[in-house]
Design a protein around this ligand. Structure first.
Ligand SMILES: Nc1nc2c(ncn2[C@@H]2O[C@H](COP(=O)(O)OP(=O)(O)O)[C@@H](O)[C@H]2O)c(=O)[nH]1
Ligand SMILES: [Mg+2]
Ligand SMILES: [Zn+2]
Length: 337
């Protein structure tokens, strides 16, 4: 039987199946393999006890996508909530979320809330001019005046959504506008866990509307948003307009970071890039450079810890640590001879 984990609590895995919810433990072999299990993972169950609704998780299926911190897998979309005002719209923060979505191959929707405060025309125009040409889905809402809620529901329909955005932008208010009966954890709690030093953060997939089959992940989304895990040259791939421009030509230098180099195709097309986007790009490159410096200095390169072979997750061993195979070794000797 197949199902999807919607909650993990200590050793127990709660799995949604077509026959209801099962409380499961992991098969010993998965524990021995140190298999990582995420909320959102699709799993195969064994030793099913229909009466007690208990079973064992025997296999973790391949993930479509995942967010590493907090661990959530197979998310259908990310809704990035920003406030148009109060607090002022933070373009860099928004671009950070967007670039994280691009990096983790999650499909983003931009939700601009508090669409009821006076004097927002300018910022609304800027938002549209910046993000519509990039092909992002955009939504304006007012949780206060219950506007845009129908459209918001439509977007959540039949999906598992991660709602992210800075504190105070109205995430909880939006959820309450959709379903006032839902006792969603509001401000105080989520903020505590956001800063929580040693509190374990377990997240959970919560159905917020049965009729819509809409679920959200009860977590503030990405908990770590600095670009200190990739190379500076990788950053431009996270900006759609950079990718589009580069489809029409190359920079003079293959390692161009599009800062101040000569013969740079991005700089030549800078009028096609919103200045707030380019500013964010430079900032993220700076963070990636710091990371590069740090690993070059310490000789430490962190790689993702696992990969999938035949749908099975196995530990990835860095090439430095990998023992050279006998065949390769013989080839090398041959070459030297
Ligand atoms: N004017 C206005 N205020 C809102 C709106 N949505 C939320 N707020 C207010 O913004 C504050 C933060 O909202 P909350 O839902 O707790 O934000 P969260 O931290 O993102 O969950 C609260 O005082 C809300 O009353 C809105 O659409 N318009
Ligand atoms: Mg909240
Ligand atoms: Zn360039």
């Amino acid at each position: 039987m197949k199902g999807q984990i919607f909650k993990i609590h200590s050793d127990f895995y709660y799995v949604n199946t077509e026959n209801g919810v099962f409380e499961c433990k992991l098969r010993e072999i998965l524990k021995k393999q140190k298999t990582s299990v995420f909320v959102g993972d699709f799993v195969e169950l064994e030793q099913i006890n229909e009466e007690s609704k208990q079973a064992f998780v025997a296999k973790i299926c391949r993930r479509d996508n995942y967010i590493p911190r907090p661990k959530v897998a197979n998310v259908n979309q990310v809704v990035i909530v920003s406030a148009l005002k109060e607090p002022d719209l933070d373009f860099e923060q928004l671009n950070r979320y967007l670039c994280f979505c691009e990096y983790y191959k999650l499909s983003p929707v931009l939700c601009f809330n508090k669409d009821d405060i006076q004097g927002e025309e300018e910022i609304i125009a800027e938002v549209k001019a910046t993000y519509l040409p990039l092909g992002y889905k955009i939504l304006f809402t007012s949780a206060l005046e219950k506007r845009g809620i129908k459209e918001f529901k439509q977007i959540l329909n039949n999906k598992i959504t991660v709602l992210c955005g800075q504190s105070g932008v109205g995430k909880s208010s939006l959820i309450n506008a959709i379903n006032p009966e839902l006792n969603i954890k509001t401000k105080s709690v989520s903020e505590k866990t956001e800063k929580g030093t040693h509190t374990t953060r377990h997240c959970e997939i919560i159905k917020i509307d049965d009729a819509l089959n809409a679920s959200i992940v009860d977590t503030p989304g990405f908990s770590h948003l600095r670009f200190d895990f990739l190379m500076p040259s990788e950053v431009s791939g996270l900006f759609r307009e950079f990718v589009q421009i580069k489809e029409h030509g190359d920079c003079k230098f293959s390692d161009c970071l599009h800062e101040n180099e000569t013969g740079c195709i991005i700089k030549e097309n800078i009028d096609k890039i919103a200045s707030s986007r380019y500013k964010s790009y430079l900032q993220f490159v700076k963070e990636a450079k710091d990371y590069k410096k740090q690993i070059t200095y310490s000789g430490r390169k962190t790689e993702s810890g696992s990969k999938f072979i035949n749908d099975k997750e196995v530990a990835k061993i860095s090439s430095k640590k990998r023992v050279i195979s006998r065949r390769k070794n013989n080839q090398n000797i041959d070459k030297e001879l």
